[in-house]
Design a protein around this ligand. Structure first.
Ligand SMILES: C[S@@+](CC[C@H](N)C(=O)[O-])C[C@H]1O[C@@H](n2cnc3c(N)ncnc32)[C@H](O)[C@@H]1O
Length: 360
């Protein structure tokens, strides 16, 4: 297949003087399309984006940049870009199936995770091999074989190419995470959220990460701040095994305490009235744990980062209302919504939402 050297993409146009700031920002937000060249024209820089920013992403950009415009324009591909997986696959797939080639995948360390559409089922090996060929660091390609489910929030996978080794090391925001993709929950799509929350923590705080997984919030918070105490809880023994390993690997033994068990039981047993901040990243069940989170917050108040799945006319409104009611039922008061945003679309019309709320 002939690879076009020009491609249409969303562009963030900024005055040249804001160029560096803007590139840093879109990189941090995971929006920067590194396969296309940044263009310089007159007094402006045009930065290629992966997708059209969501309303709250635009808000985030507006907080940092005074002058900008977002619109679609043509960009040149980077000449040295390696062949993309679908370009490799194009040589082996029937042409009518090329449009079904997965548009995105998650890369976790050396493992790629992809969703195979039913029409490509017969060709999943071709998909896997193409990904291996185009991503030199990837040694194993997994196809999603179920939805995320169960208490441990795991899914099943089928190995479609490579070594079949699912234990790997992933890097995010300067931290290293050892994990086994099959045994613990981890999503690189939460990278921006991990950084966003960690940046809000202040020196001296005690934080409870109720559903900590392998430590992607807890460890980053510990790395970014000198005087913090974090209790990282998870019910999955494998998650806590990797959490402990990651605490050592990132040199934060003195700041993060790993705890295995049900967050509700652990808090009621030993962490009542201790926390300045609580992270509740278990969207399908966080609501059930708001009462115990309120018990964990200091009597003088604190902050809750509440994740949930919402739909309807206004998913953010729905999440805020759920949280406000649950906090009131727990005998406390949601005093302010500090911020609220859609994290990602999990099904058509259904969103993972986060509400950052202060409680008194
Ligand atoms: C969506 S994952 C979040 C992982 C992590 N916070 C992150 O950002 O990668 C939810 C985690 O909660 C854990 N979990 C589920 N129920 C729990 C409970 N009752 N108490 C503590 N952890 C629980 C699961 O094992 C899983 O690792």
């Amino acid at each position: 297949m002939c690879v076009p050297s020009i491609e249409e993409a969303y562009s963030l146009r900024v005055p040249k003087r804001d160029g560096e700031k803007a590139i840093k920002l879109v990189s941090k937000m995971g929006l920067f399309n590194k396969e296309l060249k940044i263009e310089s024209k007159g007094e402006y820089l045009h930065i290629p984006l992966i997708w059209k920013p969501l309303p709250d992403e635009i808000e985030e950009i507006r907080r940092i940049l005074k002058y900008f415009r977002i619109y679609v324009r043509n960009f040149q591909r980077r000449r040295k870009a390696p062949r993309r997986a679908f370009e490799v696959a194009a040589e082996k797939l029937p042409p009518h199936l090329l449009a079904s080639f997965p548009r995105s995948m998650d890369i976790i360390g050396e493992v790629a995770v992809v969703e195979i559409p039913s029409e490509l089922e017969k060709y999943k090996r071709v998909v896997g091999e193409s990904i291996l060929e185009s991503h030199k660091r990837v040694h194993t390609v997994l196809a999603k074989a179920s939805a995320v489910s169960g208490v441990k929030r795991l899914r099943e996978y089928e190995i479609i190419a490579g070594l079949g080794e699912t234990e790997t090391v992933h890097r995010e925001h300067g931290c290293v995470y050892h994990l086994d993709v099959r045994k613990v929950y981890f999503s690189p799509r939460l990278s921006y959220e991990h950084k966003r929350i960690a940046s809000q923590v202040r020196e001296g705080e005690t934080v409870i990460d109720m559903f900590a997984g392998i430590g992607s919030f807890s460890i980053l918070i510990a790395k970014m701040h000198n005087r913090v105490k974090i209790y990282a809880i998870d019910i999955n023994p494998d998650a806590v095994k990797y959490l402990k390993r990651n605490i050592v690997a990132n040199g934060v033994l003195d700041k993060v305490t790993p705890l295995l068990g049900d967050a509700g039981e652990i808090i009621r047993r030993s962490l009542r009235e201790t926390a300045d901040r609580i992270i509740m990243n278990l969207p399908e069940k966080a609501l059930e744990y708001v009462k115990v989170a309120c018990e964990a917050i200091r009597p003088e108040g604190g902050i809750i980062h509440f994740y949930s799945f919402n739909g309807g006319q206004d998913p953010i409104d729905e999440a805020e209302e759920m949280l406000r009611r649950a906090i009131a039922e727990a005998g406390r008061r949601l005093s302010h919504v500090l911020s609220a945003r859609r994290v990602r679309e999990v099904a058509p019309g259904r969103w993972q939402v986060v509400v950052d709320a202060s409680v008194d």
